[in-house]
Design a protein around this ligand. Structure first.
Ligand code: MF3
Ligand code: CO
Length: 248
């Protein structure tokens, strides 16, 4: 789908709400805070901005938060609840919002207080892998250039990328075609072009990349118990290159 300038303006507005959720939740990250409290902060931003949640009620069983909160070995889709964050934890926070029917979706990973140097390196490398994926989003490039760039940065640092979950097209729905894997060889798949909008979301593990779905049917953890980080932006391909829609 090629988005018009008007469509992109609305997606920018949705993206700004998501960025505001990130900023508010980042501020609240400290030892002792529960992930349910972080979810409540996200709800407050959505309400104040007159937006709607794309996460709440999604899927089956219906997701119960407006954010995903995924600490330590949780890769993605952690359900907000009574768990209290502790000094040394890392946490991935995934937020989404809908404005006038258009979707934004973005995630960050942060440490709680002082964290292990290896955990800090995992977060930095995951951010760098997303930046590399975004840089690959040039008009006339190919879809698989994105995942190839992500994988290269993550694996060169000695980490691994999850195979079972991917980025995705986004626009009038949160998840649209195509899938955007965080791995693969460059030069394959559809040609990238102006007006296309994608959510790119590397999930990087300190150890092995195999995943396990917990009994709640949402929480995805690393099978080996190693730490995982997850970062995401919603991005438009423009004639000049990528534009991040989920930044303040
Ligand atoms: N934001 C996630 C993604 O990047 C989806 C969240 S699942 C939900 O695709 F249930 F929380 F919505
Ligand atoms: Co997403």
């Amino acid at each position: 789908m090629r988005r018009s300038a008007d469509d992109l303006a609305k997606m920018r507005r949705a993206g700004r709400v998501v960025a505001e959720m990130h900023a508010a939740i980042r501020q609240a990250l400290r030892p002792g805070v529960t992930t349910a409290e972080l979810d409540r902060i996200g709800r407050g931003v959505i309400e104040r901005r007159g937006a709607r949640s794309n996460f709440l009620g999604y899927g089956y069983p219906p997701f119960t938060g407006v954010i995903c909160a995924s600490p330590n070995d949780v890769i993605v889709h952690g359900v907000p609840g009574p768990v209290r964050l502790e000094e040394g934890d890392i946490i991935s926070i995934d937020c989404g919002a809908i404005v006038e029917g258009w979707h934004g979706d973005a995630a960050f990973t942060a440490g709680i207080g002082a964290i292990d140097p290896e955990a800090a390196r995992l977060i930095e490398v995951t951010e760098a892998s997303l930046a590399a994926g975004i840089r690959a989003m040039q008009p006339s490039g190919r879809l698989s250039d994105i995942g190839a760039a992500v994988q290269r940065v993550a694996e060169e640092a000695g980490f691994s990328v999850v195979r079972e979950y991917s980025g995705h097209g986004i626009g009038l729905a949160m998840h649209e075609d195509p899938d955007i894997p965080n791995w693969g060889v460059p030069g394959k798949g559809r040609r990238l072009g102006p007006g296309q909008t994608y959510a790119v979301e590397p999930m990087v593990c300190a150890g092995r990349p195999e995943t396990q779905l917990l009994d709640d049917q949402w929480t995805v953890v690393t099978r080996d118990g190693s730490l995982a980080a997850h970062v995401e932006h919603t991005i438009a391909v423009t004639e000049h290159g990528p534009e991040i829609l989920t930044s303040a």
